[in-house]
Design a protein around this ligand. Structure first.
Ligand code: ADP
Ligand code: MG
Length: 256
């Protein structure tokens, strides 16, 4: 009898893995360790919130993980590619093809319509955007009827949804968001967070979001708390806003 082959039990490769990620700014007396040997992996189809006091390294973590900034040491692996092995051109291509990024301030091009903004990454990549893809991306964020509007004619929440559609048009392995609801009111924030949650649940999108808002973090599958560039605490299942706020308060009391 031939022996049956046992299916591989190896866990699936995470879209993003950080190994000993360290980032220092400045030199000598002015040297700041923004990230201190951080190890983290982000599983496919999960929403992770990154929290922590101001200056704890949240933005640095996101910028390094997204290939926007080079670390001082450590490794960043996105979709199986070690960023350390890429030259500037390779890094630019990886950012363009594998990574989406959403900012607090939306960063839309004010002279372009919503659909032109969404199509922009494809145009910059020298590809001819398929209007059906662009329309689908806008419909996916609930803005099918706003395609011809410019950012100035859209609410903040609508602008952020256009920015999310733009970030997703290239089908990135991971979507990074730095305080995506930081400039929005409570009600509008809910719309954006529900959208991000839906991307994870319906499309298995991987999302990593920096936030200072416990309500935003309550949408996440996992909350990573940073303090002084290190992981200080972590939740591993959905946690309601009061419980997130309590853990933040504990952390702030400890690091004060
Ligand atoms: P957070 O997003 O959690 O507020 P940051 O990642 O922006 O924190 O910053 C972490 C630390 O690194 C802080 O001490 C900050 O002052 C420092 N830092 C961040 N960016 C720079 C930079 N470009 N030059 C010098 N120091 C920086
Ligand atoms: Mg920041």
């Amino acid at each position: 009898m031939p022996t049956e082959t046992v299916p591989s039990q190896a866990p699936p490769r995470p879209p993003v893995a950080l190994h000993g990620l360290t980032k220092r700014y400045g030199a000598g007396d002015g040297e700041v360790t923004a990230l201190d040997a951080v190890d983290l992996a982000f599983a496919r189809g999960t929403l992770t919130a990154v929290m922590g006091p101001s200056g704890s390294g949240k933005s640095t973590l996101l910028h390094c993980a997204a290939g926007l900034e080079r670390p001082t040491s450590g490794r960043i692996v996105i979709d199986g590619t070690d960023l350390g092995g890429l030259d500037e051109t390779g890094l630019t291509l990886l950012r363009r093809d594998r990574v989406g990024f959403v900012f607090q301030a939306f960063n839309l091009v004010s002279a372009l319509t919503a659909e032109q903004n969404v199509a922009l990454p494809l145009r910059l990549a020298g590809r001819r955007p398929d209007p059906a893809d662009v329309a689908r991306a806008l419909a996916g964020v609930g803005l099918a009827d706003r395609a011809r509007h410019r950012p100035g004619g859209l609410s903040g929440g609508q602008q952020q949804r256009v920015a999310i559609a733009r970030a997703l048009i290239g089908r990135p392995a991971v979507l990074f968001a730095d305080e995506p609801t930081g400039a929005l009111d409570t009600v509008t924030s809910q719309t954006v967070l529900t959208l991000l949650r839906g991307l994870v649940d319906d499309r298995r999108q991987t999302v990593i979001m920096v936030t200072h808002d416990p309500v935003a973090a309550s949408f996440a599958d996992r909350v990573v708390f940073l303090a002084d560039g290190r992981i200080a605490d972590e939740t591993t299942s959905r946690t309601d806003a009061p419980a997130v706020a309590a853990r933040m308060a504990t952390l702030e009391a400890r690091t004060r």
